[in-house]
Every structure is written in structure tokens, then in C-alpha cells.
Design a protein around this ligand. Structure first.
Ligand code: HEC
Length: 177
């Protein structure tokens, strides 16, 4: 074996190593699929009932008890999560999502100059306290095909608060039951 041949063997080894690592890198790039932040199948753990919960085991919500969990101050904080896409102030403009001034008590998908998903248009319900609560728990679960890309608010207090907060931005706020 002369020096030239050894050089060739070394070059071949280096080449192979580069190719193997290269392929690994490329597959990483190609198959590096972003993991969804939530599992597609969530195994629901039994929720521990406590006195501050307004939902009965049958899933029926006592709206009065539910709203009593919320405060306007907390709602203002929670709304920060919405404000990337929504304005709630009077005279506000549509952003990624429609302006939410006076949304409670109005029919869903009723802002004229906003292009809603077909799913929300077809939904056709009035935004009552209960309807809004169901939507905000997990929008895509309540209205399949809604383009509101928001995971939802798990906490009843957060939902009750943000609903009260939105209801305070209205010419005709819904009266509490
Ligand atoms: C990532 C952007 C985004 C975030 C964050 C977001 N939304 Fe939305 N929202 C949308 C979009 C887009 C729509 C339109 C949905 C459709 O057409 O299906 C929408 C629709 C709505 C509607 C229906 C309005 C109507 O006119 O019928 C309500 C109510 C609503 N959002 C409330 C909220 C609240 C409350 C929060 C915060 C807790 C929130 N959204 C967070 C994007 C967002």
C-alpha cells in the first residue's frame, strides 16, 4: 500500500462520514415538524370539583355562579391574550380577528367588513354568556373550522373575567342573569 492509496482510503472514510452526517442533517431539516403545543388526543383527567366551580358534572353551567367568579380587573389582564388579534374598544379596527366592541348579545359573524370563516358564519348563534363561554374554552372544539387560532382559556375565572370585560365595551351590555 503506498501513501497515495492510504490517502484515498482516508478520503473515502471522511467522505462517508460527511455523507452520513449530511443526510442526518438534511432529514432533520426536512422532517423537523413542529410539534403541536397540544396533543391531538387529550386524555381528560377527572377534574377535582371544588366550591368555586360553576360547571356541574353534567356540563351544565350555572351562568350566574360562573360570572361571579370573574372580575373586570382580571378580565383586562386576560384580554391581553386576545389583543394580539382583537381590539375591543369602540371604533376599533379589525385586526387578525374582528373588532369585539359590543360582541355579546350580537349574532356571531356579524361584522360587515370582516371576512369570517365559513364555519363561524354557518354557526349563526347569538353570543350569549353561555355561548361565549363554550367558545372560549376551546374555540376549535366548539366551532369546528373556526379560523380563530387560539387554544382556549382553561380557567373558569379567566373566561368569566374576560367575558365580563368584553361585555363592558358595549352600547347595550347584556345584563347579568
Ligand atoms: C391568534 C389570533 C386570535 C387570538 C389570540 C384570539 N382571537 Fe378571537 N378571533 C380570531 C379570528 C381570526 C376570528 C374569526 C374567526 C372565524 O371567522 O372563524 C376570531 C373571532 C372571535 C370571536 C367571534 C366574533 C364575532 O364577530 O362573531 C370572538 C367572540 C372572539 N374571537 C373572542 C376572542 C377572545 C375573548 C380572545 C382572547 C381570550 C380571542 N378571541 C383571541 C383570532 C384570534
Amino acid at each position: 500500500m503506498n501513501g497515495f492509496e492510504i490517502n484515498k482510503i482516508v478520503a473515502a472514510i471522511i467522505f462517508t462520514v460527511l455523507v452520513v452526517f449530511g443526510i442526518e442533517k438534511i432529514t432533520d431539516l426536512v422532517f423537523n415538524v413542529e410539534k403541536p403545543s397540544e396533543a391531538a388526543y387529550v386524555v381528560e383527567a377527572p377534574t377535582i370539583k371544588n366550591v368555586t366551580s360553576a360547571s356541574s358534572s353534567a356540563g351544565v353551567v350555572d351562568i350566574k355562579a360562573f360570572l361571579a367568579l370573574g372580575t373586570l380587573e382580571h378580565g383586562q389582564k386576560v384580554f391581553k391574550k386576545c389583543s394580539a388579534c382583537h381590539v375591543v374598544a369602540k371604533g376599533g379596527k379589525n385586526k387578525i380577528g374582528p373588532v369585539l366592541y359590543g360582541v355579546l348579545g350580537k349574532k356571531s359573524a356579524s361584522i360587515k367588513d370582516y371576512k369570517y370563516s365559513k364555519a363561524l358564519v354557518a354557526h349563526g348563534k347569538v353570543w350569549s354568556f353561555a355561548e361565549m363561554n363554550s367558545y372560549l374554552i376551546k374555540p376549535q372544539a366548539h366551532i369546528k373550522g373556526t379560523k380563530m387560532a387560539f387554544a382556549g382559556l382553561k380557567s373558569e375565572k379567566d373566561r368569566a373575567s374576560v367575558i365580563l370585560y368584553m361585555n363592558s365595551f358595549s352600547d347595550n351590555p347584556l345584563s347579568s342573569p
